[in-house]
Write a protein that binds this ligand. Sequence first.
Ligand code: PAF
Length: 284
Amino acid sequence: MWIANDISTLRDHRAKAHGRVALVPTMGALHDGHLSLIKRAHEIGHTVIVSLFVNPTQFAPHEDLEKYPRPFKEDVKKCLAAQVDGLFAPTVDAMYPPEVLSSEVNIPELAKELEGASRPTHFAGVCRVVAKLFNMVKPHAACFGSKDYQQLAVIRAMVEDLAFDIQIEACPTIREADGLAMSSRNVYLQEDERHHALGLSKALSEAQQMIQAGESDPLIVERAMQQVMTAHHVAVDYAVIRHAQTLRQLDSLNLQVTGSAVALVAGKVGNVRLIDNRVIDADG
Ligand code: PAF
């Protein structure tokens, strides 16, 4: 497995890569969720490249950029074990050379609400770094986790609008045995908080049960999700039901008419902000 820390080394390796190249963009601290993306990348590509970069532009000044976990050696071992062909781990200066003027990439219509409401600059940072990674790595396909549901929608929109010729592969959320969605931020959770964090997946199950039992008023379902989260000591940021593709609000939950809905939740457990989601179809 080669490791590149700068763009020219990456490009040398990329020029020698054979077949379809599948990219797995990550911020490191790899867990089983990332490993499932790598597995999928092997299925859809001949060469698998993982990028590992804690992207400063997607963190607001008060967020956890400094303390975000960076277990580089363990990440390298995990990539080796997962038979990754190349690891692109650029420095901040390689990704954002100080002398280069910065550009903006954003999808305002999708990026303002939900995660964007609490993190107004977040998706512009994600779009910018993902666009740069696409131009640097030139993959044929890229794998993203569905846990970051809104991120996936934003990236799909960017790929469509900017005409990147890249297949975006959405991979299922990987969960712990008790339902907690895997996240690099789970390592911050204290023992009692780890239990409280289940409030997010339980709220999603509540929403699914209510909708499948025939509840058609999104506001009633949203209130029930909030109650589940609050009962688990989660400080609710949002608990909403949206159209699964457009993320727009739904007046009524007649899934036969509207197609799938998605329940999206975000909240803080202690100081740790967590998100989760579940797509809910008419047929269950
Ligand atoms: O989902 C992530 O880990 C990051 O947002 C991504 C896509 C690697 C961009 O930094």
